[in-house]
Design a binder for this molecule. Structure first.
Ligand SMILES: *Cc1c(COP(=O)(O)O)cnc(C)c1O
Length: 396
């Protein structure tokens, strides 16, 4: 038996006690049990009871209130630098566009070929829109961007570097302070995508000197399908960056309804239109839970879960030709483990039929997502035993 001081937190999640094995909390986290009643109460009391008055009383400030909670509990960011509102994709557009505008005369955006598709697609769209060039970093799909690779890619033409903290495929955990320093030494800004790290890997954005960041709230922050994303803009950039979607909610006085747009001061200028209030409530429940447990303890369990999954894979799956395609050094690995085998696409389909839910990523990767507070070690054992059995059947 592995010692698990956080084991009891699993009971706080809907469905965690069922026999289903859930290895996809890094794509969509389970709901917390407190979230259903909280949303019902919101409909009855706040939406139904306060009606339009709710905007003045609480909702107008909620993107920034929750932004500050995110900053304190999971981002390592002081108040006034984070807000929640659009999707990650839209926020990537807004921040990348603001960043390249702040580096006039520089002609390149640096990004790696294994970054998440939406990050690459948005960067390509901005390059086309602004007449810039994408400078690609080639990476090994079972690793990620290193200091040497980034140093070779940046230079006097680099306007912006766009990187993921944890690679969605391999779980490679990038060295944020080191890579940020390399980008800064070249005079560039850097935007970190935190989708696969926030809520599972501790962050210290202020101390690391990060300029800009975005992240999801529906993965390790359990905000629910389509829950809005957050952005972080360091205080030193708040008053000179201008984002392109100039809506009334980011204007200096939204209720003046004036003839021309003037951006609000502070993080509110990164908002655009009416924020999705109902969608942002559930994430507060997960932030409260993480606050109770503490990010260091969350990370400790996350590392123990991925170490366990790797040791089971080495012990029982290696003989069938399964390879660990995630870093073996826990200091360089996020909260999931990818196991490669040419048949993993078929294995994933068979597992879903048996109520074991991982996901599949090319080339041949079975992705085992281990949401620290809702996953048990016994669940990892059961799920990987099923992988062994299914592979044996498929190759018999
Ligand atoms: C999940 C994920 C996204 C998703 O973006 P959406 O706009 O929410 O669809 C973006 N980037 C990374 C690295 C992700 O893991």
């Amino acid at each position: 038996m592995i010692r698990d001081p956080l084991a009891s937190y699993r009971d706080r999640f809907v469905g965690a006690s069922s026999s289903l094995v859930y290895f996809d909390g890094n794509s969509l986290g389970r709901p917390l049990k407190v979230t259903g009643p909280r949303l019902a109460a919101f409909v009855e009391e706040e939406w139904g009871g306060r009606l339009i008055r709710g905007w003045d009383e609480r909702w107008f400030d909620l993107p920034r209130t929750i932004g500050d909670e995110l900053g304190r509990v999971v981002l390592g960011a002081g108040p006034g630098q984070a807000a929640i509102g659009d999707s990650t994709t839209v926020l990537l557009y807004k921040l990348m566009r603001a960043a390249v505008a702040a580096r006039p005369g520089r002609t390149e955006i640096v990004i790696d070929r294994d970054n998440f598709p939406t990050d690459r697609y948005v960067a390509a769209g901005i390059a086309a829109e602004c007449g810039l060039t994408l400078r690609w970093i080639d990476v090994d799909t079972s690793a990620g961007v290193t200091a040497d690779l980034l140093s070779d890619a940046v230079g006097p033409d680099t306007a912006l570097v766009v990187l993921s903290h944890v690679a969605y495929r391999s779980a490679w955990l990038a060295d944020v302070p080191e890579l940020t320093r390399i980008a800064h030494d070249a005079g560039a800004l850097v935007l970190w995508d935190l989708c696969h790290s926030v809520g599972s890997v501790p962050l210290s954005l202020d101390d690391w000197g990060v300029d800009l960041a975005v992240g999801c709230t529906y993965k390790y922050l359990n905000g629910g399908p389509g829950a809005p994303a957050f952005c972080y803009v360091a205080t030193r950039h708040l008053d000179d960056l201008v984002q392109p979607i100039q809506g009334w909610m980011g204007a200096v006085d939204p209720f003046l309804m004036g003839p021309a747009y003037a951006p609000a001061s502070g993080i509110r200028r990164f908002l655009s239109g009416t924020p999705p209030i109902v969608g942002m409530l559930a994430v507060q429940d997960m932030l409260a839970l993480i606050d109770e447990v503490g990010m260091p303890a969350v990370r400790e369990k996350s590392v123990a879960l991925t170490e366990h999954a790797i040791s089971v894979a080495d012990g029982t799956l290696a003989a069938a030709g399964v390879e660990v395609a995630s870093p073996r050094d826990p200091a360089r690995r996020g909260g999931h483990v990818t196991l490669n085998h040419p048949l993993m696409r078929e294995v994933t389909a068979a597992l879903w039929e048996r109520d074991v839910i991982p996901d599949y990523r090319d080339p041949g990767g079975l992705r085992i997502g281990l949401s620290p507070l809702s996953t048990s070690f016994e669940e990892v054992d059961r799920g990987l035993e099923m992988v062994r059995g299914v592979l044996a059947d498929l190759t018999a």
